[in-house]
Design a protein around this ligand. Sequence first.
Ligand SMILES: [Zn+2]
Length: 231
Amino acid sequence: MNSSETVPDAAVPRFVCGRPRIQFGQNAAQQWCTILNGEVQPGQVGRCSKKKFFFRRHCGKHLALMTPEGVHKSESALRCQLCDSPGEQSERNLTASEYEKIAARVIEATAPECGVVTQARVVEGFNGGTDFTIQLPTGAQVDVEVDGEQHFEKAYHDTSPQQQRALDLRKDSMSLEQRRRRVRLHYKDMPWWTGKIKGAIALARFYPNLAYNLYTPSYGVIDRFDPPFAP
Ligand SMILES: [Zn+2]
């Protein structure tokens, strides 16, 4: 018996697509996150479904929120950029991915009961993922962005820091309009990260209808709430 032989189908749930049955890929079915996807079983979901579901990334620790098609598209779709990425150590400053790794640890330590989804495209109409989405046991979500130097000081690909800031603020506004909860963590503010995340989760838990944008102090921007919040 060769261990590289394909596993017999029977044990593996499949994604089906209307007419002919389309095998969705064992990997994806095995990575299906039963707890967060609730009643739905992978076998009931069409491969072309536009709906996003929770999948466990290859590290087994972090999650992806994707359409079945997105997972199917590439072998590396469920790769965890936090856990697998080779240590791209820069000269002096931490790289964006290193800030993200630290933030992920802060989130995990602060909210061990929550799931952490990475790079989900949760803001409708905005082309690009959010660094983290914290998935509370209540079903509520809190989006977290971690901004390293490149958001403020250095050019980032072809985007100037000014353009990047404008883009970030636009994303925050869209997020608030869509009644999402969002926290921005500035790289200079690490001592505040834990407190901000705790506060954001507490608000999501006790005020489930409150949308917000929260910022750590170095942004110099005040927190925004919708509806306006008077504790
Ligand atoms: Zn991971």
